[in-house]
Design a protein around this ligand. Structure first.
Ligand code: NAP
Length: 245
């Protein structure tokens, strides 16, 4: 039997990240699942996600460079390699620019954009040594289109697209492919906070007239991050029910 591949997923304990963890587990990948909250029920998550594979859970705040470095060190100590990195950890701190506090701008950029840099920078040296690897970064439709009330979040997600295209160019010669998924509105804790009126308004703007599920994003992540992808790099795949065409 061939050696299991290894996927590192940031923010893999809830929502989209958990669905991504599950699809890689179902396909035989050993997993490094990152999270940040202290009171995370690792035991239940392990039971839910495990599928004849091995899972290492690592608590690390991806916005801190040293914690991201430690996350990758832990992954290498346990599994010796990283085949796939999914930068999924993300937060929102929505407000109109006039009301947005500086700390809300800084924290969203620090987690979403700088966090993606922190983890990727530490992981790529191991991928480069093996001359193979896949990086899938989770952007957002609002990083492409902008959105009132989300200038911090949209900037972070647009930044992820520029970051991904740049590293795709840098790392192609080393056999590393880097792409973005740009989800539309997906039913998770992140969107649960929206009022029913806002959700209805959003659904009306989606050609498919509904929010997506975390599993629908996970399938696209696996398409770009799994073994079948050998020739797609530097791309942004919108998975959004047709919001952006
Ligand atoms: P979610 O349900 O709020 O889950 C967020 C995950 O990120 C959690 O596992 C959380 O860990 C982790 N996380 C947050 N801050 C972190 C940090 N500093 N370090 C490490 N982990 C951290 O979010 P989601 O809706 O699944 O979103 C996942 C990704 O998709 C995000 O990048 C988001 O921007 C993007 N996205 C979501 C939507 C949507 O409609 N839901 C649309 C477009 C893009 P803890 O559980 O430990 O807090």
């Amino acid at each position: 039997m061939s050696e299991n591949k290894v996927a590192v997923i940031t923010g893999g304990t809830r929502g989209i990240g958990k669905a991504i963890a599950k699809i890689f587990a179902q396909n035989g990948y050993n997993l490094v699942i990152n999270y940040v909250s202290e009171n995370t029920d690792i035991e239940s998550l392990e039971k839910e996600i495990k599928n004849n594979n091995e899972i290492l859970f690592v608590r690390a705040n991806v916005s801190k460079f040293d914690e991201a470095e430690n996350l990758i060190k832990n992954a290498i100590e346990r599994f010796g390699k990283i085949d796939v990195l999914v930068n999924n950890a993300g937060i929102t701190r929505d407000n109109l620019i006039l009301r947005m506090k500086e700390e809300d701008f800084d924290s969203v950029i620090a987690t979403n954009l700088k966090g993606t840099f922190n983890v990727t920078k530490n992981a790529v040296s191991y991928m480069m040594k093996k001359r193979t690897g896949k990086i899938v970064n989770i952007s957002s439709v609002v990083g492409v289109s902008g959105n009132a009330g989300q200038c911090n979040y949209a900037a972070s997600k647009a930044g992820i697209i520029g970051f991904t295209k740049s590293i795709a160019k840098e790392l192609a010669s080393r056999g590393i492919l880097a792409n973005c998924i740009a989800p539309g509105f997906i039913g998770t804790d992140m969107t649960e906070v929206l009022s029913d009126a806002v959700k209805e308004n959003i659904n009306n703007q989606i050609p498919l007239k509904r929010m997506g599920s975390p599993e629908e994003i996970a399938k696209a992540v696996y398409f770009l991050g799994g073994e079948e992808n050998t020739y797609i790099t530097g791309q942004v795949l919108n998975v959004d029910g047709g919001m952006i065409m």
